[in-house]
Write a protein of this length. Structure first.
Length: 737
């Protein structure tokens, strides 16, 4: 028998309990859930702008970072679900309900029914904190009163199990993201429509505020830090620049590089001029000494002339002035300087006067070499003038060299100090610029966050729910029905698994290990009459058992059948009596030997019997076709069934009561018989239910629609349209046989 066949039979066997008990539970559940509390749902849609929103960091054509978007969305959801957010919402919702609640009329804040329940549960000390004229003052009072104490009413209101204001209740807010979009839907279901509506309003306000505060706090500290550091860097830069400026002023530095370059060029020119003047001075001195030797006494006379000497002195002073002027003027400006031109004119005039004076003194004098005195005198005067001029210029050059040396000594350490100061200014300036750049980036990031945070908007405001959500009454009833069905089914499954009652042919074969040849249905009490048993079940059982026994009979000679049972009163005589009658009706010569009546089963003769003839005279005197030997119950008989009699028989039939349990003792008693007869041992069940008999003979009356449907299900007969006719004909033919 296959598993689905077992399940179907199991279902129909316990159909009253499997259907009746769940139906009773279903009816009870329907009655108990007739007044289920209604629930109302409010919803709101939030636009985050994380994916498609604009920010200063976004670029046209840039790829969307879905990981960053997902993280930002998860952060926002975490803020919505955070304890801090929900706690603030719970306290505000409580304060709002206490301030605006009305015990007689529903309003937009709380229904009258739940306000009365809330007001009854609030202690007097909390009611004193409620200012019905100011929600803000009430909220401040409640926040100041709240502290982390299990006996604190506000703390317990949030962290215990209040149906409206606790974290447990508020955490039931559903957050649904539509795919990868920027839309978040918030849904909240509550028994009070006003509280559901107000909860979402307060939640939208609170989490938006907290989100923006958290986002701005990330950059505000950074911006303030860079501003402080930038101010310090600016002060330091100004100090370094002031030090450089003061040092430059003190050392008369305008442009150190150009100034030192100019000094170097002046020194180079000075050295060249000095060498030229020194060469001219030495040449003039040598020529003058030579001419003075030639003039000898005349030169002395000329020198003694006071007028002449004064003129020479004036000429020397004037030459010195001109030399000093030319030394400090560049070549390009010498011809443009008026004072220098005037001095040179005076020099030329004084030179003419000297020439004139010398000529008048030695006009007619000649030298000892015979050279004219005028020529020697002129040469001498020229050399003398050049000598004086070069001498004056040498003095000027020496002074100028000392000035340049002083400038070198001054600017040499100034250069190193200037480089150090400029380096310090450069470092301070670089630090300042870096901090300024970092501050600019931080401000840009802050502005970008402001723009992106501004994109967080409530697209769909919560609507006040006026219709309740469909109740779960149908689901509860269905679950109650299924649960009760499963419990009843599990009970009977466990019972089937533990039960060792023979009951039907399938269980009998599984427990005994032998084939069931047929069954005798349990006969109704009204079938027993004075003239016999009038029952279609009885007739069908008798006919089927008779045919089954005849199939196992010996066709070539006498048939010997041993029948026995494990326990007494299992129905051996009850089963065999109608079979014997049926066989005799069919002209079979039958001998029925019954223990204690036709033979003695307590002596040695019984133990040594090899055939029915050894047991009873009745068997020896009758020329039988079939001999049936009924033995005593194996559990009660002191002597087991004779070995040779079992071995020589054609069939051994064990009769069992279908309503008894098969035990281990039964297996031990039957094992001896099994070892002797092998496959000639069969089983007949007595007192079976009608549906077990129908497995052998087909559907029996009455032919109600349920019985026909049940029979078709059990036999898997789903397509035949002549079921009733076939079953009735089959039953009629069996009865006739």
């Amino acid at each position: 028998m296959k598993i689905y066949d077992i399940l179907i039979r199991f279902f129909f066997r316990h159909i009253k309990w499997l259907i009746g008990a769940p139906l009773a539970v279903l009816i009870l559940t329907i009655f108990l859930t007739r007044n289920l509390t209604k629930e109302y749902t409010a919803s709101s849609v939030i636009y985050t702008g994380f994916t498609t929103g604009f920010s200063l960091d976004s670029q046209e054509g840039a790829r969307v970072d879905y990981l960053a978007t997902s993280n930002a969305t998860d952060n926002l959801i975490s803020i919505i679900r955070s304890k801090t957010t929900l706690e603030q919402v719970g306290i505000k919702l409580f304060a709002q309900s206490m301030v605006y609640g009305d015990p007689d009329e529903d309003n937009m804040y709380i229904s009258a029914k739940y306000y009365r329940m809330l007001e009854a549960s609030v202690p007097p000390e909390i009611k004193k904190l409620i200012d019905r004229k100011s929600l803000d003052k009430t909220l401040d009072n409640l926040l100041n009163y709240r502290k982390e104490d299990r006996d604190n009413y506000i703390y317990g209101l949030i962290y215990y199990h209040h149906p409206f204001f606790s974290l447990e209740a508020l955490s039931r807010v559903e957050i649904i993201r539509s795919g990868n979009s920027d839309m978040l839907e918030l849904r909240y279901t509550c028994k009070d429509p006003a509280l559901a509506y107000q909860t979402l309003l307060l939640l939208n306000e609170e989490f938006t505020k907290r989100y923006r505060d958290l986002r701005f706090s990330e950059t505000n500290d950074v911006v303030e830090y860079f501003r402080r550091e930038l101010a310090k860097a600016q002060v330091e830069l100004n100090r370094k620049e002031d030090e450089l400026m003061i040092y430059s002023q003190q050392n008369r530095v305008i442009n150190y590089a150009e100034q030192t370059k100019f000094i170097a060029s002046q020194n180079e020119k000075l050295e060249v001029q000095y060498e030229q003047i020194l060469l001219a001075h030495d040449g003039s001195k040598a020529a003058l000494e030579q001419l003075e030797e030639r003039l000898a006494m005349r030169a002395a006379l000329i020198k003694d002339n006071v007028n002449f000497l004064n003129q020479l002195s004036a000429m020397g002073s004037l030459t010195d002035v001109i030399a000093r002027k030319e030394a400090f003027l560049p070549d390009s400006l010498k011809n443009q300087d008026k004072s220098l031109t005037q001095f040179k004119q005076q020099e030329d005039a004084l030179r003419e006067q000297i020439y004139s004076t010398a000529a008048s003194i030695d006009h007619k004098k000649n030298t000892k070499e015979g050279i004219k005195a005028d020529d020697i005198l002129v040469q001498w005067l020229d050399e003398l003038l050049r000598y004086e001029k070069s001498k004056a210029e040498l003095e000027v050059m020496k002074v100028r060299r000392k000035q340049l040396d002083a400038q070198y000594e001054h600017f040499s350490p100034v250069g190193a100090t200037l480089k150090r100061l400029e380096r310090e200014v450069s470092i301070a300036e670089q630090k300042y610029l870096e901090l300024l750049h970092s501050l600019t980036l931080a401000l840009l990031k802050q502005k970008s966050l402001q723009i992106s945070s501004a994109s967080l908007k409530v697209v769909t405001e919560p609507m006040f729910p006026i219709t309740n959500e469909p109740t779960k009454r149908k689901l509860i009833c269905l679950l109650a029905f299924l649960a009760s069905f499963m419990l009843v089914a599990m009970y009977f499954i466990v019972q089937e698994w533990l039960d060792r009652t023979l009951r039907d042919d399938y269980r009998a074969e599984q427990l005994t290990g032998e084939k069931v040849i047929g069954v005798m249905a349990d006969i109704p009490k009204n079938a027993f009459t004075g003239s016999g048993i009038k029952s279609i079940e009885y007739d069908c059982s008798r006919s089927y058992l008779t045919r089954a026994i005849l199939k196992s009979a010996n066709p070539d000679g006498k048939t010997i059948i041993n029948t026995f049972s494990i326990n007494s009163k299992e129905g051996k005589t009850f089963i065999w009596s109608p079979i014997v009658q049926e066989l005799e009706k069919r002209d079979f010569k039958v001998v029925y030997l019954q223990h204690g009546v036709d033979f003695d089963d307590t002596g040695k003769a019984y133990a040594d019997a090899n055939s029915p003839e050894d047991l009873s005279v009745k068997a020896r005197e009758t020329d039988y076709d079939i001999c049936i030997v009924e033995h005593a119950a194996m559990a009660d008989s002191p002597i087991p069934i004779p070995h040779n009699l079992l071995e020589n028989s054609d069939l051994s039939l064990m009769v069992c009561d279908a309503n008894r349990a098969w035990t281990h003792t039964d297996d031990l008693l039957l094992s001896r018989v099994k070892s002797i007869v092998n496959d000639k041992l069969l089983v007949a069940l007595n007192r079976t239910k009608k549906d077990v008999l129908e497995d052998f003979v087909g559907l029996l009356p009455p032919y109600t629609w349920f019985r026909k449907w049940k029979h078709n299900i059990i036999t898997f007969n789903f397509t035949s349209h002549n079921d009733e006719q076939y079953i009735e004909k089959s039953s009629s033919s069996e009865l006739k046989e």
